[in-house]
Write a protein that binds this ligand. Structure first.
Ligand code: ADP
Ligand code: UDP
Length: 236
């Protein structure tokens, strides 16, 4: 019997008959600003499940090891159970969001090189930005693992940036999470979707991601549908 073992802000995790595998359910809930802002959007879970499944598939084809075993139905993925590394790895190509707020780097600045940042995955502390040294002191990862995480994040960006450009989407920034298998192998985990990425239309600059919810722009579901449509078109 599948047992709910975790309910987060956007997903639920269930056990399966295999102790090394979990069922991941994508919810319709939307949250922002460390869950201070909450809402629901019918169909959002299915859209993210479909988008994440296609993106993880593309990454697998390009040699990135991920937790995804298979897509079960519209809102469920079967995944390898991992021990999540408590670090959110954020990759940025263009300045916006917290980078702009914290350092006053003007919104829309094309960064001279891809920026990789680490955040401590801890809701109570509000996911603070950390350095490698903080991560080592807190034993969140080993020195070698930090290198693996950062290299994998850059590789993911190198694959996804041109892919999304072929969808006429500018990949502004994104967050990824990784986990360890029982034998210590690092896998890409969680999801990659408009909840965890920023996409701007290449021509109009229109935002097609969770910023529509964060900034009350409306049309959240339409934007996610548009992203999925373009991904499916590009993968044909
Ligand atoms: P949050 O926990 O931030 O509210 P979610 O609602 O997306 O986020 O919950 C999904 C949880 O599942 C996250 O904490 C994520 O780190 C964790 N997770 C993702 N993939 C796996 C996996 N393969 N094995 C175990 N945990 C995972
Ligand atoms: N992000 C995420 N989860 C978080 C924080 C950030 O998925 O808990 C993603 C966010 O969607 C964006 C990138 O990481 O694509 C950088 O976010 P930023 O630090 O600018 O944070 P925000 O502006 O959302 O506070």
């Amino acid at each position: 019997m599948a047992e709910l073992i975790y309910e987060g802000k956007a997903k639920k995790l269930f056990t399966t008959d295999d102790k090394n595998e979990l069922l991941m359910e994508f919810k319709d809930d939307l949250t922002a600003f460390n869950a201070l802002k909450k809402s629901q959007e019918a169909g959002k879970g299915a859209l993210n499940a479909a988008i994440s499944s296609k993106i993880f598939g593309l990454l697998t084809q390009n040699g990135v090891k991920t937790h995804l075993i298979k897509t079960i139905d519209e809102t469920h993925h079967l995944v390898r159970k991992v021990q999540i590394v408590a670090i959110e790895v954020v990759v940025r190509n263009i300045a916006t969001g917290s980078l702009t707020k914290r350092l006053a780097i003007p919104e829309g600045t094309v960064l001279p090189f891809t920026l990789v940042e680490l955040y401590y995955k801890d809701d109570a502390l509000g996911d603070p930005i950390i350095s490698d040294e903080h991560a080592l002191i807190m034993k969140l990862a080993t020195r070698n693992e930090l290198q693996v995480l950062k290299d994998a994040a850059r590789k993911i960006n190198d694959i996804l940036r041109p892919f999304f450009a072929s969808c006429n989407l500018n990949l502004i920034d994104f967050k990824v999470e990784f986990g360890r298998t029982e034998n210590g192998e690092i896998l890409l985990a969680d999801e990659i979707s408009p909840d965890s990425c920023r996409f701007w239309d290449m021509n109009s600059g229109e935002k097609l991601d969770k910023d529509r919810f964060r900034q009350d722009l409306g049309g959240v579901k339409m934007a996610y549908e548009e992203v999925l449509k373009r991904i499916l078109g590009a993968l044909k």
